[in-house]
Design a protein around this ligand. Structure first.
Ligand SMILES: Nc1ncnc2c1ncn2[C@@H]1O[C@H](COP(=O)(O)OP(=O)(O)OP(=O)(O)O)[C@@H](O)[C@H]1O
Ligand SMILES: Nc1nc2c(c(=O)[nH]1)N[C@H]1C(S)=C(S)[C@@H](COP(=O)(O)O)O[C@H]1N2
Length: 195
């Protein structure tokens, strides 16, 4: 089975300058190790909120490291130094507006300020790039979605759509643990064993 290469980028002035310890990469990594059942490798980067540096990091992960998926965390808000969506848009080939819409919809179930995030999704070459908010707990919230007390899905997390998107970009077949996040694919796109 082809391995999915995933880039993780934590964008935080204070974490990058050692004011506090970065919790973004550990939160992303912990969630992915819980949710993915197919093989993947990780490339991690911690950068301050500097647009040229973010653009350079995203381009390197996609063009040189060959990532199929890049998840960023932080710098999506309205503050002057929040420039992650601007950097993503600057290096994108195409935008994927549904991811930002879905994340804000999910986040409204957790915080009333969800609409302050300008987070977006985009495609560059073979890679899907997604901006998650900087608050470490927002990572699980947006990837996994909203569930009731019994674990039934109320609003699907964005990861439900990621494996099929990577498949449409001619990347590897990504499988998730349905107890964490059920990935959706049309029947014609499923592997024979799954039908
Ligand atoms: N990488 C991180 N590690 C730990 N906590 C973080 C991280 N990024 C953000 N946070 C927490 O989430 C909050 C909101 O994140 P946001 O991206 O808006 O950060 P910020 O206030 O711009 O500051 P900074 O860029 O210095 O992290 C932060 O104030 C901080 O408490
Ligand atoms: N799930 C979730 N989404 C969230 C938040 C959060 O705590 N959880 N914080 C909101 C707030 S207060 C802001 S300002 C924006 C931008 O956050 P960022 O600059 O850390 O990316 O994300 C919003 N979306």
């Amino acid at each position: 089975m082809q391995t999915c290469r995933i880039g993780l980028v934590s964008i935080s002035d204070r974490a990058a300058n050692g004011v506090y310890q970065d919790q973004g990469i550990p939160a992303l990594e912990t969630w992915l190790r819980r949710a993915l059942v197919s093989p993947f490798t990780l490339e991690t980067r911690l950068v301050p909120d500097e647009q040229p540096l973010i653009e350079q990091t995203l381009s390197e992960l996609v063009d040189e490291m060959g990532c199929h998926l890049v998840l960023t965390t932080g710098g999506t808000g309205p503050a002057r130094r929040d420039v992650t969506p601007d950097a993503t848009r600057a290096i994108a080939d195409r935008e994927m507006p549904g991811f930002g819409e879905q994340m804000r919809q999910i986040s409204l179930h957790f915080v009333p300020t969800a609409i302050l995030s300008r987070q977006m999704g985009a495609i560059r070459k073979q890679a899907l790039i997604l901006n998650l908010p900087g608050q470490p707990r927002a990572i699980k919230e947006t990837l996994e979605g909203v569930k009731d007390g019994q674990g039934a899905v109320l609003v699907p997390g964005i990861f439900a759509s990621i494996p099929y998107c990577i498949q449409l970009l001619e990347g590897p077949y990504v499988d998730t643990d349905p107890a964490i996040v059920a990935s959706f694919r049309p029947k014609s796109a499923r592997r024979p064993a799954e039908e």
